[in-house]
Design a protein. Structure first.
Length: 288
């Protein structure tokens, strides 16, 4: 994240004006198509995983992922792990061989350059990362009426940064020709990325394997990751739940549920930019 004094963001010293409309806490019906049933995702992913892999705990998987990312000094070195002598013989040079891996022609999922750098930074800093002492509002002054998702995120940015609201974004999108989806901890992304790039539309917000939950609809690859705010509860009768670590309330992200939970709201965002977008807002209640 850029320093708080960066010229493209403005500092936040006060609460939102009294005239601002509060976020609705009313139930919103899910749009069609709906996110897939969590149980269906688990079954699809289970077919692609061995029994040994399924026996690992979520934390153990995360630790292993971090170590693997840190094993490589650069993204090029990360790609080189799948480049063979036969690739070099037929393609003629190392760069072409790397592009074949990055584009997915080797038949496996690989982190994009942005995902690799973000995962490496997160692994290096770990849970001891300090929060910024002065929050910045990167969406301030941006014209986002033509971008429904960014407009919705801009309205929530200050509340999320101040800890008054926790937001999960369900994003379903086409990335490099493959349909992928993820449940994204908005607050976590705000802490680990410079959202000026998104609010100025220089970068596109996309699902990542480091999000709370990530699913590739073509390969049936499934990832779960806890964040600083949420714990993912995947194996339970109610389906996929997100447990807030501060007030210990759970958010049910199943679109068929009558409500996402206490102090929570589900909002469908209609936008031509993505296959599907749903936002889950949770008003934070501190424990006494």
């Amino acid at each position: 994240m850029r320093s708080p004094g960066h010229t493209r963001c403005v500092r936040s010293f006060a609460a939102p004006p009294a005239t601002s409309s509060p976020l609705p806490l009313l139930f919103s019906s899910p749009a069609s198509p709906s996110p897939p049933p969590p149980r269906a995702l688990a079954l699809a992913a289970g077919a692609a995983r061995s029994d040994a892999a399924m026996s690992l705990t979520a934390q153990a998987e995360r630790d292993l992922f971090d170590r693997n990312v840190l094993d490589f000094a650069s993204y090029e070195e990360y790609l080189d792990q799948q480049v063979t002598a036969e690739d070099l013989f037929y393609l003629g040079n190392q760069e072409a061989a790397r592009q074949i891996v990055e584009l997915g022609y080797k038949g496996k999922d690989f982190l994009s350059r942005e995902e690799f750098e973000a995962a490496r930074l997160l692994a290096l800093e770990g849970p001891s990362r300090r929060e910024e002492t002065v929050d910045v509002i990167c969406s301030a002054g941006k014209k986002l009426d033509d971008a429904p998702l960014l407009n919705a995120l801009a309205k929530r940015e200050e509340l999320v940064r101040n800890g008054k609201l926790s937001t999960i974004i369900f994003l379903r999108d086409m990335v490099r020709g493959q349909e992928v989806s993820a449940y994204i901890d908005y607050g976590h992304r705000l802490k680990t990325e410079d959202f000026t790039e998104y609010f100025t539309k220089r970068k596109r917000l996309t699902p990542r394997r480091t999000d709370l939950s990530y699913y590739n609809w073509k390969t049936h690859t499934l990832f779960y990751n806890n964040s600083f705010t949420f714990q993912v509860l995947a194996a339970n009768e109610m389906g996929l739940l997100m447990k807030h670590k501060r007030d210990r309330k759970t958010i049910n992200v199943d679109p068929r549920a009558p409500t996402p939970g206490d102090n929570s709201n589900r909002t469908v965002i209609q936008t031509p930019e993505y296959v599907q977008v749903t936002i889950y807002d949770h008003v934070t209640r501190r424990k006494n």
